[in-house]
Design a binder for this molecule. Structure first.
Ligand SMILES: NC(=O)c1ccc[n+]([C@@H]2O[C@H](COP(=O)([O-])OP(=O)(O)OC[C@H]3O[C@@H](n4cnc5c(N)ncnc54)[C@H](OP(=O)(O)O)[C@@H]3O)[C@@H](O)[C@H]2O)c1
Length: 295
């Protein structure tokens, strides 16, 4: 298959390129080559490339910045995916779009998970933009997959696992504040890319949840990272409300991969299993990167 990947320089897009290029022909323009907010450029590229699948990993992902940059957010997270969906319809190809656990309000009683058809009620501008992105895909593309995921980490780009390490390696903190009343499932971008590969093989269609199995709080995740890498640090638990985030975040971010399981294509393992593999594989590089991180 010929797959056009957008956001290919980002955390998930880079991993998808690596994984999918083993079996598929990949075309991966960067933002300069194809800005998804330009309808003309989207159409020109689709005409030129003629892909079987558009994989949209592009997005504005700084949840706090999204609160104050409404115009940019709308362009990238709502109009961009809609352009791609309309392009997919015009050129008769499938579109795979990545959405988020932040489409829910997180008020479900813990540890009950969210299902694909639960009511959406986002708390943040970012969450609202992802809800609208989904609408744009469903209303315009006849052949689509929407994948809701959350708490991504991986080798590429910035993520919370790297921040957890940088706090100790770079900033030399001995005591670290970590949120202990929010729950989700840390999900390895490499595994999600493999899950996307499975869905392509399966020719899936519709809205899927795709996160690792099991759940934890950021504090429990940090504890697991430090103990696996044998880093000594004392964790001071705080509540989500105490953390100085700009955007409101859901407390319950647990997603159930119900449709993946129903269709027999769920390959997501327990979050600890993948996190351990990731840390074991990348220990040296992660520590080096954490020590040299700018922020
Ligand atoms: N990270 C998570 O924990 C998480 C959780 C749930 C869902 N998601 C979703 O998963 C997807 C991928 O996330 P990620 O963490 O891999 O994001 P990321 O690392 O921030 O990468 C996003 C990519 O999109 C590109 N981009 C931004 N605006 C664009 C535009 N107008 N045209 C083309 N490309 C554009 C960015 O390029 P520049 O860097 O040059 O701007 C970047 O390469 C997003 O849809 C996100 O909402 C992420």
């Amino acid at each position: 298959m010929k797959i056009l990947i957008l956001g290919s320089k980002g955390m998930l897009g880079s991993e998808c390129m690596e994984v999918l290029s083993k079996e598929h022909e990949i075309i991966a323009p960067d933002k300069k080559e194809l800005d998804i907010i330009s309808w003309d450029k989207v159409i020109e590229t689709l005409q030129e490339v003629s892909p079987n699948i558009i994989l949209n990993c592009a997005g504005m992902t700084d949840v706090d910045a999204c609160e104050t940059e409404a115009f940019k957010l709308r362009k990238i997270n709502v109009e961009g995916p809609r352009n791609l969906a309309q392009g997919a319809a015009r050129f008769n190809c499938k579109i795979i779009h990545i959405s988020s656990d932040y489409v829910f309000n997180g008020q479900k009683v813990l540890p009950q998970p969210y299902f694909e058809d639960d009511t959406q009620d986002p708390l943040s501008a970012y969450g609202k933009s992802k809800v609208e992105s989904e609408v744009g895909i469903r209303e315009n593309a006849p052949n689509y997959i929407i994948i809701r995921t959350g708490w991504l980490y991986g080798s590429h780009g910035n993520n919370f696992v790297k921040s957890i390490l940088a706090a100790v390696m770079k900033k030399k903190k001995k005591i670290l504040k970590a949120v202990n009343d929010q729950f989700g499932s840390p999900t390895w971008t490499h595994r999600l890319a493999l899950q996307i590969k499975e869905l392509i093989k399966h020719d899936g269609m519709g809205t899927y949840h795709a996160t690792s199995e099991g759940h934890c709080s950021p504090a429990q995740c940090a504890e697991y990272v430090y103990s696996t890498l044998k880093v000594k640090v004392k964790l001071e638990p705080i509540t989500l409300a105490e953390y100085p985030f700009v955007a409101k975040r859901p407390v319950n971010c647990i997603l159930e991969n119900r449709l993946l399981k129903k269709q027999g294509v769920n390959i997501m393992p327990a979050w600890k299993k993948d996190l351990k593999t990731f840390l074991d594989k990348n220990k040296k590089a992660l520590i080096k990167e954490a020590r040299s991180r700018k922020r």
